[in-house]
Design a protein around this ligand. Structure first.
Ligand code: FPP
Length: 237
């Protein structure tokens, strides 16, 4: 009889925090209240991910397309980032390594300085890596990598024939971060929306109708279980 056991934990989980606006609307509240609740859920899920043994977790916090939102909504999300970046010090105490991916040049200097500080202070921690995608877009990331490689070719450091997948990977914002294994998207939408498009080539997807502010520790466990079930090991002979 074949032994039927759950497969390994996902090493890297990606989360698209979607549904904040609808959560607020359902309650007759302005959208920014949804983001505020969403940020609380973020904090809770980071802690739980660490507790259940996830090594890397990336949250899609702000996309390169999100600037198109009304100015007051963008401002309230940026304020939340500043507030939570201060709170990231609590994660530092828990030995969580913090990384940011995305184009930082459009963010305020205060925010950029706080991001740099969190990364520097936490760079040697290895219990878990928390990655925040801010002003991130997968196509933008690949475009940026192509520019960096073109510069190297122009400078004569690389021959075009030397360009391979590993080289491209090494120029992405996620260089040194393993590919994502599981992508969770709440709120009923079933698309990737330009999130980790290179890194998700072999990822599994978990979709749920729950809106992000309502996403619970149990929902994270469920997603991980579904992933492990898809990778069941049929051991034995
Ligand atoms: C998508 O929901 C959510 C965002 C674009 C913003 C995510 C930001 C946060 C959760 C707050 C801060 C995060 C951190 C890391 C402190 P939506 O607004 O598109 O929702 P909708 O689809 O219901 O309109």
């Amino acid at each position: 009889m074949a032994k039927n056991e759950l497969g390994p934990m996902p090493v890297h989980v990606g989360v698209i925090m979607d549904g904040n606006g609808r959560w607020a609307k359902k309650r007759g509240l302005p959208r920014k209240f949804g983001h505020r609740e969403g940020a609380k859920t973020f904090r809770k899920i980071v802690r739980h991910a660490k507790a259940i043994g996830i090594k890397y977790i990336t949250f899609y916090a702000f996309s390169t397309e999100n600037w198109k939102r009304p100015d007051d909504e963008v401002q309230s999300i940026m304020k939340l980032f500043e507030k939570y970046l201060d709170e990231l010090d609590d994660f530092l105490k828990e030995h969580v390594r913090i990384r940011f991916i995305g184009d930082r040049s459009m963010l305020t200097e205060t925010l950029q300085a706080k991001m740099k500080r969190s990364e520097e202070l936490s760079k040697d921690y290895d219990l878990m890596t928390l990655i925040l995608a801010i002003n991130y877009g997968g196509r933008d990331e690949i475009t940026n990598a192509v520019k960096l490689i073109a510069e190297d070719v122009k400078a004569g450091n690389i021959e075009p024939s030397e360009i391979d997948e590993n080289l491209i990977q090494s120029r992405l914002y996620t260089a040194e971060i393993p590919d994502v294994d599981l992508i969770i998207r709440p709120s009923g939408e079933q698309r990737l929306s330009n999130f980790l498009i290179w890194q998700s080539a072999y990822a599994e997807y978990y979709f749920t109708d729950i809106l992000w502010p309502d996403f619970s520790k149990k929902d994270l466990e469920k997603a991980v279980e579904v992933y492990r079930d898809r990778h069941r090991r049929f051991g034995g002979v």
